[in-house]
Design a protein around this ligand. Structure first.
Ligand SMILES: C[C@H](O)CC(=O)C(=O)O
Length: 341
């Protein structure tokens, strides 16, 4: 069975370096990794199209510049892009279409698939492979995810991706949730993991074992928070289990060796703050924002994660981080932390 490998290193990894990927990084990465049999290389701001902002972090380059640079340096893999309605508008998808993307991921919080309809329809109308994505899927049970995924299917998605955005899943979650979707949808199902509990590769394998035919992996695991499923390890493990990924593992390893000067080969470690964030189920993309707020308000990152978890904060609600840190500082120090910062 062939498993499609989707590589969001140049998008999810952008979270890890505050969206500072340079055009040179993108060109070097694409030229090398394009030779290795990866199906899709995804590029952009960590939060996708239209997300570069003071609140989420300014990207070093516009969406158009990032995508055109990748397009010029990819000839085998498809070029992918992530978008979240609200951050991105139809006009942002138009930029992606004009820049020559092949695959458009339209992502919503796991109970808000309704928001994606017009965007999925637009992407399909422009003949783009369109993947409906549910984020933060640890926050909904399997039956709810199926209902939301059925909406994405009805709107015209070519496939569905479940994201474990917080790195909160253990294997039984994957088997239950991915398995239910595979059994009940008519389109392929994919899985995107984060490594907070050191389970990203195991969870991705579990997804494939229950029928997922697309898995995400990032080079050296480079991605938000504790990072993602480590691409090269994933390919090796799938190969050992007899799955065909189309990836030339040895070529991919040589590419990594040759890309040592790029920040994307700095494999993330699981810091205690990542572990706590995973256990609390907070979005991985929040890591840098939480670390900054903790320092500014003189409170611990774990207390912020606890607070965000209590408030069921969703991906994209980065504004809640400062508010939570300020509230905690007030409770702990009797002020908003300013005198202690
Ligand atoms: C916006 C998030 O970074 C998307 C993602 O990769 C995830 O939810 O995980």
């Amino acid at each position: 069975m062939t498993i499609m490998i989707y590589d969001p290193t140049l998008r999810d990894g952008n979270h890890a370096i505050s969206h500072s990927l340079s055009l040179q990084d993108i060109a070097s990465y694409c030229r090398k990794v394009d030779q290795c049999g990866i199906s899709v290389i995804e590029v952009g701001h960590g939060n996708g199209l239209g997300a570069s902002s003071l609140q989420l972090g300014l990207a070093s380059h516009s969406d158009r510049a990032l995508l055109e640079c990748a397009r010029d340096n990819i000839s085998n893999a498809q070029l992918g892009v992530h978008m979240i309605p609200g951050f991105a508008k139809i006009n942002d998808i138009k930029v992606a279409v004009d820049s020559g993307v092949d695959v458009i991921r339209i992502a919503a919080h796991c109970t808000e698939a309704d928001l994606t309809k017009s965007y999925i329809e637009y992407a399909r109308k422009h003949d783009k492979t369109t993947q409906g994505v549910l984020m933060m899927t640890h926050m909904a049970d399997a039956a709810t995810l199926l209902v939301e995924a059925q909406k994405l299917q009805a709107y015209g998605s070519n496939s569905i991706v479940l994201m474990d955005s917080a790195g909160n899943y253990v294997e039984r979650d994957v088997r239950e949730k991915v398995g239910l979707l595979v059994e009940n949808l008519d389109i392929p199902v994919g899985f995107h993991a984060h490594n907070n509990l050191s389970l990203a590769v195991a969870n991705s394998l579990a997804a494939v074992e229950v029928g997922a035919t697309m898995v995400d992996g990032t080079l050296c695991g480079f991605g938000a928070g504790a990072g993602n499923t480590q691409l090269e390890v994933l390919c090796a493990v799938l190969q050992r289990h007899g799955y065909d990924t189309g990836v030339d593992l040895f070529r991919l390893c040589s590419a990594i060796d040759e890309l040592q000067d790029l920040r994307v080969t700095n494999a993330p470690t699981i810091k205690t703050s990542n572990l706590i964030s995973g256990v609390y189920g907070v979005c991985s993309g929040f890591e840098k924002h939480v670390a900054r707020a903790a320092a500014e308000f003189n409170v611990s990152p774990s207390s912020i994660y606890e607070e965000l978890s209590k408030q069921h904060v969703l991906a994209g609600q980065e504004d809640m981080i400062i508010a939570s840190a300020s509230r905690l500082a007030k409770a702990a120090h009797g002020n908003n932390g300013e005198e202690h910062a």
